[in-house]
Design a protein around this ligand. Sequence first.
Ligand code: FE2
Length: 434
Amino acid sequence: MFELIVRNASLVDGRNGIDIAILDGRIAEIAPRIGAEAADEIDAAGQLVSSPFVDPHFHMDATLSLGLPRMNRSGTLLEGIALWGELKPLLTIEAMVERALRYCDLAVARGLLFIRSHVDVSDPRLRTAEAMIEVRERVRPYIELQLVAFPQDGYYRSPGAVALLERSLDMGLDIVGGIPHFERTMSEGAASVEALCRLAAERGLPVDLHCDETDDPLSRHIETLAAETVRFGLQGRVAGSHLTSMHSMDKYYASKLIALVAEARIDAIANPLINITLQGRHDTYPKRRGMTRVPELLNAGVNVAFGQDCTMDPWYPLGSGDMLDVAHMGAHVAQMTSRTALRTAFDMVTVHGARAMRIDGYGIAVGARADLVILQARDPIEAVRLRAHRLIVLKAGRIVARSEPRTSRLDLPGRPQTVDEADYAPTEEGARSA
Ligand code: FE2
C-alpha cells in the first residue's frame, strides 16, 4: 500500500495520464495507471507535474532588505555593493534570519525547494554566516539550502578576507566563493582564482565564483577558472556565476573560451533578471543586454542554469522567489523562442540547476525523492509563458503548499463566466503542427 498516488499527471518529457506512487518519501512507481491502493490520492487532472524549482544563485543574507538604509539610485552593481556596505554594520542576526525565513515561505509557495545562497563573509563578526547557518537548519525540513563563503569586498582587496573566508568554512559554510573582477587588478583577480581553487582542493569542497560580472570584455577570469579547475582536478564541482563579460567579448576569443569551460566541466549560472538590469548601465545606445552567451554555452555541452540572484535587496527592487519569472526573462534575453529552446528554459530552472547544485535523488524517477510541484499548466512551455500558478507543492511526499486554481470571473454579455489563462492556449500538438 502506497502513502500517496498522484494521478493523471502530465510530465515534462511529454508523457500524459501518468500516475506517480509515493512510499517513504520517495517515488515508488511511475505508470499510466497504477491499480494499487494508497492512503491518499491527488488528482492532477492532466496538469503538469514537475520536480521542484531550483535556484543555484541567490543572496539570502540580503533578501527583503530593500530600502535599508536607502535605495540604490544609480541602479549599478557598484552602488549596490556600496549600499550593502552601509547596511552591513547595522545587520542583526535576528533580522536577517527573520527576512530569510519569510523569503523561504515565499519560495515554498512557488515550488522552489533548492537554493544555493552566497553569504557575504567580509565582515569580521561573520554575523551573516551565523544567521544563514541558522536558517539552513531551520528550513532543512522543506528547503535544501547550500551556503557559499563569498568575499563580497574582495578576497585580496578587503583586509582580513583571506582568514575570514577560512573561518566561515570552519563554521560550516559549504562552498568556496570569490569575486575576481572586484579585486584591485586583473593579476590579483587571477591570483584569487588560483588561491580559491587551491583551498577548495585542499578541503574537498566545490567552488562557485561570481566571475566576470562586468561589461568589460577583457575581464577573463573565467579562463583562469577553467585552467585552475583542470590543474587542481576539480572538474565537475566548479560553477562560474554571471560570466557577463562574455557577452561583450571578441567572437574568436569567446569560441576558444567556451571550449575551455566545457573541457573543465564548469557549470555556467546566468542570472537573467539581474544581468539585464545591472549590465549595460554605462552604455548609451545601443545598450548591451549583458547576459552571458547562453545558447552558445548550451550548444558546447556546458550545463547552463538560471539563477535568481536577488529579490528586493540593494541590487534589485523586484523579484518574488519565482523561478518561472527567471526562466521567462532568460528566454527573452537569450532569444530562446523555439519550442526546444523554451523547453530548455524550463529545464534551466529545474534539472540544470539541480545538476549545478549536485542534488542527489532529484527528478521524476523511481527511487527519487518525492518532491513534486503540480502547476496550472499542461506543459513546460505553457508553464514558462504563464509563469504558471503552483497548485500543490510536495516535499518528500507531504503537501507543504497548496492554492486554489487561478481563474477570473467575467461579467461580459455573451462571453464565458470564467477565464482560466491556460484555456486560451493552443495545445502543444496544435502549436507543433502550426
Ligand atoms: Fe550574485
